[in-house]
Write a new protein. Structure first.
Length: 274
C-alpha cells in the first residue's frame, strides 16, 4: 500500500483569525517559488492552545506556525525557548521545527518592525508607543537595540507598561491613552486599536514635529485613522504591511528552508490591498 504524500505545511493561529493576511502572503511566495507546500489559518482559543501544540508536535509534515493575538506570550509555556526569547522580548510570534525535529519558539516581529525604519537615525530620539502587549514587547526590544531616547508608552494599564520600560532598560514615562502625545520623532501604534472589530485609536497629533514618523502596526484596515491623520498633516508614515511582510519573510525561511522572493513585494502589496 502506497502512503499518500503529505506536503510540508504551516499555519497562523490566533483568536480571532479570520482577518489574517498571512495565508495570502505565504501562499503567494509558495506559488512564486513553485514549492510543494501549503499554509493555512487556524482559530485557536486560549483554552485550546496547549492541545493545539500537542497535536502538531507529532506531525512530521508540520513545519510550524505564526502566532497572533492573544497568544504571543502564552505560547512560551508550550514550546521550547532555546534562544532565550522569554528573557529578552518576552513574547514569540513564530514556532518552527528545528533540524532535530524539535519545536522552537522565536520572534520575527522585532526584525520585521525595524527593517522599514533602519535608515532613520533614532539614536537618542524621543519615541511614543501605544500599547503594551506582545507586539509592543517586540517593538520596544527593537527600539532599545536602536538606542532611542525617552519612550512614552500610552496604555490602559500603567503598571504593565512601566514594567516593559524596566524590562528593556528604557528611560521614559507611562501615560493614559487619552493623554497628549509629546513632540516625539517616532510614534508607533503597537496595539489593536484601529483594527477591524476593535475600538478606534483617536490621537491628537498636533504636538508632533513636521519631520516626525508615524508607524501603525495594524494592517486591517491598511489605511487606519492614525495613518490618515498623519498623512493629512504631511507626516511620513509606515503602514502595517511593512512589518507584516518583513516578519513573514523571516518565518517563511524557517518553515520551508527557502528565502522569500522579496523581489515581488510590489505585486504582493497590490494583492494584499484588494
Amino acid at each position: 500500500m502506497t502512503i499518500p504524500h503529505a506536503p510540508p505545511h504551516a499555519e497562523v493561529i490566533g483568536d480571532p483569525i479570520a482577518q489574517s493576511k498571512s495565508p495570502l502572503i505565504h501562499g503567494f511566495w509558495i506559488d512564486k517559488l513553485g514549492i510543494d507546500a501549503r499554509y493555512e489559518k487556524t482559530l485557536v482559543t486560549p483554552e485550546g492552545l496547549g492541545a493545539f501544540f500537542a497535536s502538531r508536535r507529532d506531525d512530521p509534515d508540520w513545519r510550524g506556525c505564526n502566532i497572533t493575538a492573544p497568544h504571543k506570550v502564552a505560547a512560551l509555556d508550550h514550546v521550547p525557548d532555546p534562544g532565550g526569547v522569554r528573557d529578552s522580548i518576552g513574547a514569540i510570534n513564530t514556532v518552527f521545527r528545528g533540524a532535530d525535529g524539535a519545536l522552537i519558539g522565536t520572534n520575527t516581529d522585532a526584525a520585521g518592525f525595524y527593517a522599514p525604519i533602519a535608515e532613520f537615525d533614532l539614536e537618542g530620539a524621543p519615541v511614543a508607543v501605544v500599547g503594551a502587549g506582545g507586539a509592543a514587547r517586540a517593538i520596544l526590544f527593537a527600539l532599545a537595540r536602536a538606542g532611542v531616547g525617552p519612550v512614552t508608552i500610552l496604555n490602559r494599564s500603567p503598571l504593565k507598561a512601566m514594567g516593559l520600560l524596566a524590562t528593556f532598560g528604557l528611560k521614559g514615562d507611562v501615560v493614559a491613552l487619552d493623554a497628549p502625545i509629546p513632540p516625539v520623532a517616532l510614534l508607533v501604534n503597537a496595539s489593536s486599536l484601529g483594527m477591524v472589530g476593535h475600538p478606534p485609536l483617536d490621537l491628537d497629533l498636533s504636538n508632533l514635529p513636521e519631520d516626525a514618523l508615524v508607524y501603525d502596526a495594524v494592517y486591517a484596515p491598511l489605511e487606519t485613522g492614525l495613518l490618515a491623520a498623519a498623512r493629512a498633516r504631511g507626516l511620513e508614515t509606515v503602514d502595517g504591511l511593512e512589518m507584516l511582510i518583513g516578519q513573514a519573510a523571516l518565518a517563511f525561511e524557517l518553515f520551508f528552508g527557502k528565502a522569500a522572493p522579496r523581489e515581488h513585494d510590489a505585486e504582493l502589496r497590490t494583492l494584499l490591498l484588494k
